[in-house]
Ligand binder design. Structure first.
Ligand SMILES: [Zn+2]
Length: 155
């Protein structure tokens, strides 16, 4: 079944595909390899980029999703609400299911989104002549994080 995308989601997906190629060419030119990228579109309609920050210390790692959201908050405010986020994950071959955001990122997306915020997971593969994007899945944050964590209010 074909995935239905809104006009904004189509714009975000097209932006993401172009940016993945641009960033990967840069990474490869300096000895790097493909990584996970995220692209977030808040209600302003602007797009903010993020990539997984790798570190030799596990607590130093920052997921691409949270990098993109931090970039959004830096450029806008904490009041920005996420309409949609694209996650582009490198894979060696098409996988049955795409990587979805980790638990921490699901919470942060929920915190800065609305229940209908969409999460579009794209698998991408490096080939000899470039990169292809063979598979895409779409969820809402409500589907991926149905019982959101909330702090108990005392008193
Ligand atoms: Zn994460």
């Amino acid at each position: 079944m074909a995935i239905q995308l809104t006009k904004d989601e189509k714009k975000l997906v097209e932006y993401a595909k172009t940016a993945v190629v641009r960033y990967n060419k840069k990474r490869h030119s300096t000895g790097g390899i493909d990584t996970l990228y995220a692209f977030v579109m808040p209600d302003s309609g602007k797009i903010y980029d993020g990539a997984c920050l790798e570190s030799t210390i596990s607590t130093g790692v920052i997921c691409g999703e949270r990098h993109a959201i931090a970039n959004m908050i830096l450029q806008e405010t904490y009041n920005a609400k996420i309409k949609s986020i694209v996650i582009a994950d490198p894979v060696p071959r098409v996988q049955k299911n795409s990587s979805t955001p980790c638990g921490t990122c699901r919470h942060v997306i929920w915190e800065h989104g609305v229940p209908d915020t969409t999460i579009i997971c794209i698998q991408y593969i490096q080939q000899k002549n470039g990169w292809i994007f063979p598979k895409m899945e779409k969820y809402t944050i409500k589907q991926l994080y149905p019982n959101a964590y909330e702090m108990v209010k005392w008193g």
